[in-house]
Design a protein around this ligand. Structure first.
Ligand SMILES: Nc1nc2c(c(=O)[nH]1)N[C@H]1C(S)=C(S)[C@@H](COP(=O)(O)O)O[C@H]1N2
Ligand SMILES: [Mo]
Length: 422
């Protein structure tokens, strides 16, 4: 089944909502009217994604609600979240060790006992009653292992400010809100079929068992949940219980999480406890108020909900790394694209006048990244800027700037990485 372009499905879904044929529990009506364009001029910008969280006061090696150790050489703590330092990925291989994988928590990592955990699949899109699966029931189904990155839609967000002078709301990630893992589990499609999904089901909404998310304004948006069109849900989505050969760690969704390859990280719901299968379209705050593009170059009513990730490159060096002059340095990095694999990476040390091909160490992989390296012998001491840009299987190359959007999603511009030649 082909995945319908999201903008077409979104228009249909909105019309159905207007006709009273879609469900939007926990979504403010004004957010839906804004998407319809009915009150675009009046609508306030969402403020719920502010990065000012109480956790900011915590020491830099701990984040409220994250269970695993966060050594400062591997992580930057940002509120309830922990960003992987890209230089901590140098030499770690293709997959990101679980201990170094970034964490994005709306609230806190919950303590769930795998022995009591169940997954309930329910809703108007099933032929009959809800179906309940325990972990053993999932383990009895055919297993699948998929390598995929999980990346936050806001990865790179701070570059809107630091590189383009634009203000955006949300966690000020640099480029480390991404990791690659081998996810082992079962196909969501197999579970939905066993639960008796009907042919007229349209949306599938997994929901997390972590606490309700309360915005900085004090509004509870309910538990983290986001609808997936049924075509994507039946395509390559995994219910994962293992990550890189280990039981899924608590911070990454233990005992079971959803993994939606190539899509924005919010789709990959952690600690999943139920999945609503609906014959009517569904909304949640995570496909209405958040995860759409608003800004001068986007439709007044906002873009369709974000689905695929964009194209990015990161260098595995600290910001302002010192590199001795007159020596050959092997600059390493990674590039990735939600639209398909990366086929070319080029670097420039003269502000983009000349570009040289980097050596790719991996074949292009859908939903994955490629590692690369390029040698550089800087002659003159002083500040310098390294540029690297990727081209993906669709032929798209990273641009020099990204069109602004108020929530700072999908930054894809070439990053100017400062270093100091000593
Ligand atoms: N239940 C639940 N699922 C969630 C989240 C969350 O806070 N709660 N955060 C989402 C977001 S925004 C991202 S980017 C990814 C991060 O996955 P990770 O913490 O395993 O790196 O999980 C997604 N799934
Ligand atoms: Mo995210």
């Amino acid at each position: 089944m082909p995945v319908t372009p999201e903008h077409r499905y979104d228009q249909l879904r909105l019309r159905q909502w207007l006709d009273g044929r879609a469900r939007a529990d926990g979504v403010a009506r004004r957010d839906l009217f804004r998407l319809l364009g009915a009150s675009a001029a009046l609508s306030a910008l969402p403020t719920a994604l502010q990065s000012a969280l109480p956790g900011a006061a915590a020491p830099a090696h701990a984040a409220a609600g994250i269970r695993k150790p966060l050594p400062p050489e591997w992580f930057t703590v940002r509120g309830t979240n922990a960003e992987t330092k890209f230089d901590a990925l140098a030499g770690t291989g293709y997959h990101t060790p679980n201990e170094r994988f970034f964490v994005r928590n709306h609230t806190s990592t919950p303590a769930l006992d795998p022995a009591d955990w169940t997954l309930t699949v329910w809703g108007s899109g099933l032929r009959g009653d809800p179906a309940v699966f325990g972990l053993d029931d999932l383990r009895a189904l055919p297993t699948v292992t998929r390598s995929a990155v999980v990346e936050c839609a806001g990865n790179g967000r701070s570059l809107f400010a630091s590189q383009q002078g634009q203000s955006v709301s949300g966690t000020a990630w640099t480029l480390g809100a991404i990791g690659a893992a081998r996810w082992r589990g079962v196909r969501l499609a197999d579970v939905l079929r066993r639960a008796g999904i009907r042919r007229d089901a349209v949306d599938v909404m997994p929901r997390g068992l972590d606490a309700e998310y309360v915005t900085p304004d004090g509004a509870s948006l309910g538990r983290v949940r986001r609808p997936l069109p049924v075509a994507k849900a039946l395509d390559d989505v995994v219910l994962a219980y293992e990550m890189n050969g280990e039981a899924l760690p608590p911070d990454h969704g233990s005992p079971v999480r959803v993994v939606v390859p190539s899509w924005v990280g919010i789709a990959s719901v952690k600690w999943v406890g139920d999945v609503e299968v609906s014959a009517e379209p569904l909304y949640s705050p995570w496909n209405t108020a958040f995860y759409r593009l608003w800004g001068p170059t986007h439709p007044a009513e906002g873009s369709p909900p974000l689905t695929r990730q964009t194209l990015k490159t990161a260098i595995e060096l600290p910001w302002n790394a010192s590199l001795p002059a007159g020596e050959r340095h092997r600059v390493t990095g990674r590039s990735w694209s939600g639209a398909g694999g990366v086929v070319r990476v080029e670097t420039s040390v003269d502000g983009g006048h000349h570009w040289r091909s980097a050596r790719l160490l991996d074949p292009p992989r859908r939903a994955g990244w490629v590692r690369w390296h390029a040698d550089w012998r800087p002659a003159v001491p002083g500040p310098a800027v390294l540029l690297a840009r990727a081209t993906d299987t669709t032929g798209r190359t990273q641009p020099l700037s990204t069109a602004h959007n108020t929530q700072g999603y999908l930054f894809d511009a070439v990053v100017r990485h400062p270093v100091t030649v000593t």
